[in-house]
Design a protein around this ligand. Structure first.
Ligand code: DMJ
Length: 594
């Protein structure tokens, strides 16, 4: 180790970085020091060679990683078809299938999601299409048509059935009907809209949930008998308010507004319950009274897709109230959830982090952030707040590197997981993919490769991929959730498949919260704003707003930055997505040195 006047370069490196980032006190912060998480104190050695490998990702490695990602999907899919279909999920350790837990009806961890409807296959259909495997897609669609019947006495969660099953059916139907065909001939012989009919049948069985005076849906319904008389009446915000993409698309395909009207009524009922001072929503509320059961406001589990669907509903349907609501709630989130230095890639202070707060006043309410919040940077990309997305993602990348996956909850005060399982969730790789599409920075290909390697190292079994029970000792649980094939594998494949039609024409598609691809187009848009009106596409939205948005152009203190600050972002295009000093800060916080 080199010495400098008796001090090691490590010492001076740490000192310099700490000084530069303002961690020795006396530095102006956006938030009061009492709100700052201790773990975000930056320190460490700044070594310019440290991140050099991120600057380039060779083409041969991109091809190799794409093949590995496709192989990952095939392992999980083939094993499901061999050992589990027509049951809902694959148990990848005992190589068997799993359906609802009939012995224990209160096992909502299983019964909310599994409904005897070949869940994994329905959820995986559009990934097969996107992979260009038209013949297997056709076979799979036929298998769904032949085997799925919703007339069963299973009590499932409305939200889960909507995003995984209704969304899966609609997406596959839309891809079959897409003109021109993008993935070869997807239409099975004699197909005449059976997937759409199944979707309608399922939606009709979900509608009884909306039979409340508030318009907020019950969280669960029995597919045959409607709302269980003894069922819970509390719902999370995401559960009640994230139905509009699937229900809206169904309404437009069937020319029957009823589904969309119910979904929108629920969104507006939630919207009315936001706090008058902060503009924030809570996490769980009673569907009859609209009263909040907890004052927690967060960006992860229980709330995430509510925000996501405001923005995506606007992109898909061009209804102005959706973007107005999203803009308003996004401003509240930036004002009340965000801690750390004012700008992601400039100035001094702690690495930015979005914490859970009390919806009434924005006070930090607990010490953890969760794994589902890792999707939020992807939403920030779609909104054009790319600098924020970069920093938000870098925080989750550091946690991923530390454990080789994401703990369900990470306690930033203790610097340790609070809830230790990782069920193969997609959120982090989803953001990685969207950031790569926005920046084309090879950094994100390295991130994706790390994700793929650690999934193969830690979660692969003889018959598929298993849930990590404990991120510390990497012990496994016998469950491969359906979103592993519909999202985690899909986003990994798309990340490395530059020439995929979804990437080439990315501005023509949107992903649902379950990763299902829905095409954009004037025929799905609000008549008032659709028709000949030229709409900004998803990609245009974020490129435009990276030029215009007050978010990307404003410091957290409300100061408008000069155009040079955006230029700074563009200059970084071929280096790291954020300055090395900031990446070093967040890595060092988690004890990561490469
Ligand atoms: C998926 O079903 C969806 O991504 C949903 O939005 C959140 N939960 C899982 C993945 O973690």
């Amino acid at each position: 180790m080199k010495r400098s006047g008796g001090r090691s370069s490590v010492f001076w490196g740490k000192w310099l970085l700490s000084w530069a980032l303002g961690c020795f006190g006396g530095v102006q912060m956006q938030s009061s020091p009492t709100k700052l998480p201790a773990f975000l104190k930056g320190y460490g050695l700044f070594d310019p060679a440290r991140f050099r490998h991120f600057h380039h990702f060779p083409e041969w490695l991109r091809h190799e990683t794409l093949n590995e990602a496709r192989a990952m999907f095939h392992t999980g899919y083939d094993c499901y078809m061999k050992c589990a279909f027509p049951l809902d999920e694959l148990d990848p350790i005992r190589c068997a299938g799993r359906g609802p837990d009939r012995e224990n009806p209160s096992n909502i961890n299983i019964n909310d999601v599994l409904g005897d409807y070949a869940l994994t296959l329905v959820d995986a259909l559009d990934t097969l299409a996107i992979m260009g495997n038209a013949s297997e897609f056709q076979r799979a669609v036929q298998a769904v048509i032949d085997s799925v019947d919703f007339d069963r006495s299973n009590t499932i969660q409305v939200f889960e059935a909507n995003i995984r099953v209704l969304g899966g059916l609609l997406s596959a139907h839309l891809l079959i009907e897409h003109d021109p065909p993008l993935f070869g001939s997807l239409r099975p012989a004699g197909y005449s809209g059976e997937l759409l009919s199944l979707a309608q049948d399922l939606a009709n069985r979900l509608l009884p949930a909306f039979n409340t005076s508030s318009g907020l849906p019950h969280p669960r319904v029995n597919l045959r008998h409607g709302v269980p008389p003894d069922g819970y009446t509390e719902s999370c915000t995401a559960g009640a308010g994230s139905l509009v993409i699937e229900f809206g698309m169904l309404s437009r395909l069937l020319a029957d507004p009823v589904y969309e009207l119910y979904a929108r009524k629920a969104v507006h009922a939630l919207w009315r319950q936001r706090d008058a001072d902060t503009g924030l929503l809570g996490y769980v509320l009673d569907v009859h009274t609209g009263r909040w059961a907890t004052k927690l406001s967060g960006l992860g589990a229980g709330m995430d897709s509510f925000f996501e669907y405001l923005l995506k509903a606007y992109i898909l349907f061009q209804e102005p109230t959706d973007i107005a609501m999203f803009q308003e709630i996004y401003d509240s989130i930036k004002s009340h959830h965000r801690r750390g230095r004012n700008q992601c890639n400039n100035g001094v202070g702690y690495h930015p982090m979005y914490v859970n707060v009390d919806m009434r006043n924005g006070d930090t309410i607990n010490d953890w952030i969760d794994s589902l919040q890792a999707a939020f940077p992807g939403l920030q990309v779609l909104h054009g707040d790319i600098q924020e997305a970069i920093c938000h993602h870098a925080l989750y990348y550091s946690i991923w590197k530390r454990y080789g996956c994401l703990p369900e909850r990470y306690n930033w005060k203790l610097g340790a997981p609070d809830v230790k399982f990782y069920p193969l969730r997609p959120e982090f790789v989803e953001s990685t993919y969207l950031l790569y599409q926005a920046t084309k920075n090879p950094f994100y290909l390295h991130v994706g490769r790390e994700v793929l390697l650690s999934l193969n190292n830690h979660t692969r079994t003889n018959c598929g991929y298993a849930t990590v029970h404990d991120v510390l000792d990497k012990s496994l649980e016998d469950r491969q959730e359906s979103f592993f094939l519909s999202e985690t594998c899909k986003y990994l494949i798309l990340l490395f498949d530059e020439d995929n039609p979804i990437n080439k024409f990315g501005e023509r598609f949107i992903f649902t919260t379950e990763g299902h691809v829905f095409p954009l187009g004037t025929k799905y848009q609000n008549e008032k704003t659709g028709g000949d009106h030229v709409i900004p596409t998803a990609l245009e939205m974020f490129t435009n707003s990276s030029r215009k948005s007050s978010h990307i152009n404003s410091g957290g203190d409300g100061t408008i930055l000069s155009s040079c600050d955006n230029k700074g972002f563009l200059e970084l295009e071929h280096g790291l997505p954020l300055h090395e000093i900031y990446l070093a800060q967040v890595f060092d916080t988690f004890g990561i040195y490469s």
